[in-house]
Design a protein around this ligand. Structure first.
Ligand code: KIV
Length: 271
C-alpha cells in the first residue's frame, strides 16, 4: 500500500462542474517553481502562467514582447511544482493571431514542451477559427475578453472596457462565440460588474473575473500584485494581501547592515 496521499487533480471538467454547483473558482498566476509550489499548496484551483510575466518578471511595459519560448520556460517551471491545480498557459502576442495553423502549432508546443493542461487566448469572433482548430487537436482553451492587454495599442489605455453599449454588445456576442467554439472557461477583465453578471448568466461555461465584479464564477489576480511585490500598482479591483515589497526591502537592508558591520556570518554560521 502506498504511503503517499493521492492528490485529486483539478481538470477542466472539475472547473465546469464548479459552476454547476455554484462553487467559486480561485485562480492566481505563477511564473516560477518556488511560487507555484506555494500557490498550489495554498489551494488555488487554477494556476495561470500569464503573459503578465512580461511585466512582472521581465520588467516590460506591456505583455507584447514575451516570446513563445519564454512562455514555455515559465510554464515548465510551474508544471514541475504543481500537484493539484489546473495549469493554463497564455499564448503570447504574435503566436496565434497570424493564422489558425500557427495558433495550433504554438498551442502544441506549449502542451508538448511544458506539460501544461490548457492554453488561453485573447479575443472573440476574430480568433474563432484558431480556437476551434486548437480544441479539435484535443487542447482545452480558456478565452479572454474585455480588457485584452495584447491589444493595448488599439485601446490606448488600461481603463475599464465595454462601458459603451456597442462594445458591451460585442462582448456578449463574443462570449457566445467562445462557448460555441468549445472554450471550457473565459476570463473577463476590467468590465462593469453588471455586464459581467449578464455575460456569466448567459453561458454554461464558467467566467473568471479580474476587475469584473463579484458575479463571475471565479476570480483571478496576478500573484505579484496580490502579495504586494509590484510597488505602486494599486488599481481599485486589487486586494493586496501582503506588502512583500516593504518586507523584502527591510530584510535586504538588515542583511546589508549585518554584512557591513561584520555581524554576518557569526561563529554558528561557519564551518
Ligand atoms: O497574463 C495574465 O496575468 C492574465 C490575467 C490578468 C488574467 O491574463
Amino acid at each position: 500500500m502506498s504511503v503517499h496521499k493521492e492528490v485529486k487533480r483539478i481538470t477542466t471538467n472539475t472547473i465546469q462542474e464548479m459552476k454547476q454547483k455554484c462553487e467559486k473558482i480561485a485562480m492566481l498566476t505563477s511564473y516560477d517553481y518556488s511560487m507555484a509550489t506555494i500557490v498550489d499548496e495554498g489551494g488555488v484551483d487554477v494556476i495561470l502562467v500569464g503573459d503578465s510575466a512580461s511585466n512582472v518578471m521581465a520588467g516590460h511595459e506591456t505583455t507584447l514582447p514575451i516570446t513563445l519560448d519564454q512562455m514555455i520556460y515559465h510554464a515548465q517551471s510551474v508544471v514541475r511544482a504543481v500537484k493539484r491545480a489546473l495549469v493554463v498557459v497564455d499564448l503570447p502576442f504574435g503566436s496565434y493571431q497570424g493564422n489558425s495553423k500557427e495558433a495550433l502549432n504554438s498551442a502544441i508546443r506549449i502542451m508538448k514542451e511544458s506539460g501544461a493542461h490548457a492554453v488561453k487566448l485573447e479575443g472573440g469572433l476574430e480568433i474563432r477559427e484558431s480556437i476551434e482548430r486548437i480544441i479539435t487537436a484535443g487542447i482545452p482553451v480558456m478565452g479572454h475578453l474585455g480588457l485584452t492587454p495584447q491589444s493595448i495599442y488599439k485601446f490606448g489605455t488600461y481603463t475599464v472596457r465595454a462601458k459603451e453599449e456597442a462594445e458591451a454588445e460585442k462582448l456578449k456576442q463574443d462570449i457566445m462565440v467562445l462557448q460555441d467554439a468549445g472554450c471550457f472557461s473565459v476570463v473577463l477583465e476590467k468590465i462593469p460588474a453588471i455586464l459581467a453578471k449578464e455575460a456569466t448568466d448567459s453561458i454554461k461555461i464558467p467566467t473568471i473575473g479580474i476587475g469584473a465584479g463579484p458575479h463571475c464564477d471565479g476570480q483571478v489576480l496576478v500573484i505579484n500584485d496580490m502579495i504586494g511585490l509590484t510597488k505602486g500598482f494599486k488599481p481599485r479591483f486589487l486586494r493586496q494581501y501582503l506588502n512583500l515589497f516593504d518586507q523584502i526591502n527591510g530584510a535586504v537592508q538588515s542583511y546589508v547592515q549585518d554584512v557591513k558591520r561584520g555581524d554576518f556570518p557569526n561563529e554558528k554560521e561557519q564551518y
